[in-house]
Design a protein around this ligand. Structure first.
Ligand SMILES: Nc1ncnc2c1ncn2[C@@H]1O[C@H](COP(=O)(O)OP(=O)(O)O)[C@@H](O)[C@H]1O
Ligand SMILES: [Mg+2]
Length: 223
C-alpha cells in the first residue's frame, strides 16, 4: 500500500526522521500566524516535490493535524499514483464548477487517518489561467477553513511556467525542494529570486536525495 509513503511504511528511516524535523520546523516557522497553507515547489522536475509533499502530509496527519493534500501540478502531477488511485476528477475539473457547492465531491479520504487528498484532474488547455482565477482563490479560502492544514504539491518554478509562482502568492508559505549535489546553486538561486519577486513567503529549503544504489531514502532540512 502507498509504496512511496516512507513515513507510513518505514517510520524509522532517515528520511522519515528528516520529514518529521521539517514538520517541526514548519510548526515553529510562524509563531504569530499559524500556517494553514503550504506550497511545495522546486526548480525543475524530478527533485522530489511530490514525494516530499505526500510524506510531509503523512507526517502532519500522524501528528493529529487534519491535512488535505492538493495536487496543483495540473500538467504533470502524480499524487494519484502515490495514493494508488486514478485521476478522473480533481482540481482542474473542480475549478470549472461552483466550488462552494461541489468541493467535497473532489476530495478523497485515504487509508491514513487525518489525511485527505485532491488529485490534479484532467489536463486543461489553460492550467495557469485556472490557477490565477478568482475561483481558485475562493477555493483555497474554503479548503483552509475546513482543514487544519492544506499542503499543495506543485509544478517546478523554472521552465517558463507561471503555475507555481501564481500558487506561491496564494499560500501562507513555500518550501523549496532541491537535490543534494545535483541542483546547481545558481539554479536554486534563480528559483529563490523568482519566488521573492512575487513576494512569496519562503519558509525553507529541503535538501532531498535519493540514493539509487543503496535504495535508501535521504534528506536534510535547512531553515
Ligand atoms: N528522498 C527520496 N528518496 C528516494 N526516492 C525519492 C526521494 N525523493 C524523490 N524520490 C523519487 O524520485 C522520483 C521523482 O520524485 P518526484 O517527487 O516525483 O519529483 P517531482 O515531483 O519534483 O517531479 C520519484 O520516483 C520519487 O519516488
Ligand atoms: Mg511532482
Amino acid at each position: 500500500m502507498y509504496k512511496e509513503l516512507v513515513l507510513n511504511n518505514d517510520p524509522k528511516a532517515i528520511i522519515s526522521e528528516t520529514i518529521r524535523t521539517l514538520r517541526t520546523n514548519l510548526q515553529f516557522a510562524s509563531v504569530d500566524k499559524k500556517l494553514r497553507t503550504i506550497l511545495i515547489t522546486s526548480s525543475v522536475p524530478g527533485e522530489g516535490k511530490s514525494f516530499i509533499a505526500a510524506n510531509l502530509a503523512v507526517a502532519f496527519a500522524q501528528g493529529g493535524t487534519r491535512v488535505l493534500l492538493v495536487d496543483c501540478d495540473i500538467r504533470k502531477g502524480r499524487q494519484h499514483y502515490i495514493f494508488d488511485s486514478h485521476n478522473q476528477k480533481g482540481l482542474s475539473n473542480l475549478l470549472l464548477e461552483n466550488v462552494w457547492e461541489k468541493y467535497p465531491e473532489y476530495i478523497q479520504e485515504t487509508k491514513i487517518k487525518n489525511l485527505s487528498v485532491m488529485f490534479r484532474g484532467v489536463t486543461p488547455p489553460n492550467p495557469s489561467e485556472l490557477l490565477a482565477s478568482e475561483k481558485n482563490k475562493e477555493l483555497i479560502e474554503i479548503l483552509k477553513n475546513h482543514y487544519d492544514l492544506v499542503i499543495f504539491d506543485s509544478a517546478p518554478v523554472n521552465g517558463g511556467l507561471t503555475d507555481s509562482l501564481i500558487m506561491s502568492t496564494l499560500v501562507d508559505g513555500v518550501v523549496i525542494v532541491s537535490v543534494a549535489k545535483e541542483t546547481p546553486k545558481s539554479l536554486l538561486n534563480t528559483t529563490k529570486k523568482s519566488l521573492q519577486n512575487v513576494n512569496a513567503n519562503i519558509l525553507g529549503t529541503v535538501l532531498n536525495r535519493a540514493s539509487e544504489s543503496s535504495k535508501k531514502y535521504y534528506g536534510h532540512y535547512y531553515g
